[in-house]
Design a protein around this ligand. Structure first.
Ligand code: ZN
Length: 136
């Protein structure tokens, strides 16, 4: 398979940790008018996707208190959990991050939701923001 044409780094989605997905979904979908995009559950979270132009807002509700989102909400409450940037060359970007001294959570890309390769960077290295990198 040939790689698609380079598109440049862009915001793929913003992940919001929520405590009650069904309660907050109408705000984004009906009040702000963002079309719902079906997404699979991942990492122990129920996920609702909402289109904001070419980006998504993902509402993440923990299915158990032991999941990453469950722990996050217990510690900090609902809020912005992570920002996902789509990059053209995930392996190259991850290598540049490491060479720059960025602490990575995923040493090598892994398969995330929707079968995309992803890798997380540690917020301690990225001004307090949990950054997810994804490919395409
Ligand atoms: Zn994400």
């Amino acid at each position: 398979m040939t790689d698609p044409a380079p598109r440049g780094t862009r915001i793929a989605h913003i992940g919001l940790a929520v405590s009650d997905l069904d309660q907050i979904l109408p705000f984004y979908r009906d009040i702000l008018g963002m079309p719902e995009v079906p997404l699979d559950d991942a990492d122990g979270a129920r996920i609702a996707g909402l289109a904001a132009g070419n980006s998504l807002v993902e509402l993440l509700e923990a299915k158990s208190s032991e999941s990453p989102i469950g722990k996050y909400v217990a510690k900090r409450g609902p809020g912005i959990h992570h920002i996902c940037f789509s990059v053209d060359d995930l392996d190259g970007t991850l290598a540049r991050c490491k060479a720059f001294g960025i602490r990575v959570i995923d040493e090598t890309p892994r398969l995330g939701a929707e079968g995309k390769r992803i890798a997380f960077l540690h917020p301690a290295s990225t001004a307090g923001v949990l950054v997810e990198l994804s490919e395409y």
